[in-house]
Design a protein around this ligand. Structure first.
Ligand code: KG4
Ligand code: ZN
Length: 367
C-alpha cells in the first residue's frame, strides 16, 4: 500500500547524478528543505570537458555521503520520507545509472514509490522553488527557457507536466559554446563564469562576429557552432596559438573577444525568444521561467529582464545559485507535482531505467 499521505506537500528525497554534480535534496512541494551538491567540475577540468568514466566513479564515491547529508540537513526523520525522485535522463548514461541504483536501493528499503524525473523538467521548474504563496502568480501556459551546458531549449509549459518544445539548438548548447569559447581564449574549463568576468572589461563592439542563423529561414532554432568557428578564426588571426594553450593574446584582446562572443551568443538567444513570443500563438503568455547554469550570468539576466516591459512578461529565475546549476531540489519539486498521478507511483522499481536521451515533451514510458 502507498505510504503517501494526503497532505499536498509530500516529503521527497531527490537524487541527480546526470552529469558532473552528485546531488541530493529533500523537498516538500516547492519548499526546499535541503539541497546538497558535490561538484566534480575541478576534477574534469584537466580534460577540458566531462570524462564519463571519471564522473561515474566519483558519483559512486560520493553518493552515500551526499544523500546522508541531504537527509540530515533537512531534519526529516527517514521514515517520514514519502517518495524517492531520481533523474532518469537526459544525461550521461553511466552517470545516471549511479543515482538510479541508489534511488532503487533506498525506495526498496523504505518501501516507498520511485519517481523518474526528466532533468530538463527540473531546470524548467527550478524558478518555482520556495515561491510560497506567490507561486499562484505564475500563470500557465508559461514559457520556460533552459540554458545549460547540455541544453538550450525554449519550452511552452502548457501546465506543469505538459510541455511543447518551441525551439532547441541544432548543434551546441549555449553553455557548451561559452565553455568552448573560454577554452579557445585560454581561460580553462568550465569557462562560462570566467568568460563573463573577462567580458565585463571588454568592448562587445570591438570585434564583429556573425549573428547565428541570420540567413536561415528557420526562425525557431538555436545554433552556436558557426559562432564558435568564427571565434576560432578570429582569435587565430589576432595571434592566439593552439586551442587550449596558454593565451598569447593580450588581456585586453581576450576581454574584447569574450565580450564580443558573449554579446552575439546572447543576442541570438534573445532574438529567438522574442520571435517565439511575438510571432507564435503564445502572445498570451505572461511568465518566462529561466533555469540552467547559464542563468547565473548577470549580463544575460539583465538582458532578459529588459524584455519584461517590451513583451509584457515577467521573467523568473531560481532564488539561489544552488538552484541554477545542476541540483536535486529541482528534481524533487518536479516530482512533487506527479504525486497523485498513478503512472508515477512506481513500486516496480526494476522497470525504471536510465533514458540518456529523453525529450522533455515525452512521458517516461515504462515498457
Ligand atoms: O546547468 P548546468 O550546471 O549543467 C548542465 O546541465 O549542463 O550548466 C553548466 C553550464 C556550463 O556550460 C557553465 O559554463 C555555464 O553553465 N555557466 C555559466 C555561468 N555559470 C555557469 N555561463 C555563463 N555565465 C555564468 N556565470
Ligand atoms: Zn542540467
Amino acid at each position: 500500500m502507498s505510504k503517501l499521505n494526503q497532505n499536498l506537500k509530500p516529503l521527497i528525497l531527490a537524487i541527480d547524478t546526470s552529469c558532473d554534480e552528485t546531488a541530493a535534496a529533500v523537498t516538500s512541494g516547492v519548499s526546499v528543505l535541503s539541497n546538497v551538491i558535490w561538484s566534480q567540475a575541478s576534477q574534469h577540468a584537466e580534460f577540458g570537458g566531462v570524462m564519463p568514466s571519471l564522473a561515474q566513479r566519483m558519483h559512486e564515491e560520493r553518493i552515500d555521503w551526499v544523500v546522508s547529508k541531504a537527509i540530515a540537513k533537512s531534519q526529516i526523520p527517514i521514515p517520514k520520507l514519502e517518495a524517492i525522485a531520481v533523474t532518469a535522463g537526459p544525461g550521461l548514461a553511466i552517470a545516471l545509472g549511479v543515482g538510479i541504483s541508489k534511488a532503487k536501493e533506498l525506495a526498496r528499503k523504505l518501501n516507498i514509490p520511485l519517481i523518474p524525473v526528466n532533468h530538463i523538467e527540473g531546470h524548467l521548474l527550478s524558478p518555482m522553488a520556495n515561491l510560497g504563496n506567490s507561486k499562484s502568480e505564475i500563470k500557465f501556459p508559461a514559457l520556460g527557457l533552459v540554458v545549460s551546458g547540455g541544453h538550450t531549449e525554449l519550452v511552452l509549459i502548457k501546465k506543469i507536466g505538459e510541455y511543447r518544445i518551441l525551439a532547441k539548438t541544432q548543434d551546441d548548447a549555449l553553455g557548451e559554446a561559452l565553455d568552448k569559447a573560454a577554452r579557445m581564449l585560454g581561460l580553462g574549463y568550465p569557462g562560462g563564469e570566467i568568460l563573463e568576468k573577462m567580458a565585463k572589461f571588454g568592448d562587445p563592439k570591438s570585434y564583429v562576429l556573425p549573428m547565428p542563423m541570420s540567413q536561415s529561414p528557420d526562425k525557431h532554432s538555436f545554433s552556436y557552432s558557426g559562432l564558435k568557428t568564427a571565434l576560432l578564426r578570429l582569435s587565430a588571426s589576432e595571434g592566439q596559438s593552439l586551442i587550449g594553450d596558454a593565451p598569447t593574446l593580450s588581456k585586453q584582446q581576450i576581454c574584447d573577444l569574450a565580450a564580443s562572443f558573449q554579446n552575439r551568443a546572447f543576442q541570438h538567444l534573445e532574438r529567438v525568444v522574442i520571435r517565439s513570443i511575438r510571432d507564435g500563438e503564445h502572445k498570451n503568455v505572461r511568465d518566462l521561467l529561466v533555469g540552467g547554469g547559464v542563468a547565473a550570468n548577470m549580463e544575460l539576466r539583465n538582458r532578459l529582464r529588459a524584455l519584461e516591459k517590451e513583451l509584457g512578461i515577467k521573467v523568473r529565475f531560481p532564488y539561489s545559485k544552488k538552484l541554477i546549476g545542476d541540483n536535486a531540489a529541482m528534481i524533487g519539486i518536479a516530482a512533487g507535482y506527479k504525486k497523485y498521478d498513478l503512472r508515477y507511483m512506481n513500486y516496480d522499481y526494476e522497470k525504471i531505467d536510465r533514458k540518456a536521451r529523453w525529450p522533455v515533451d515525452q512521458d517516461f514510458s515504462i515498457e
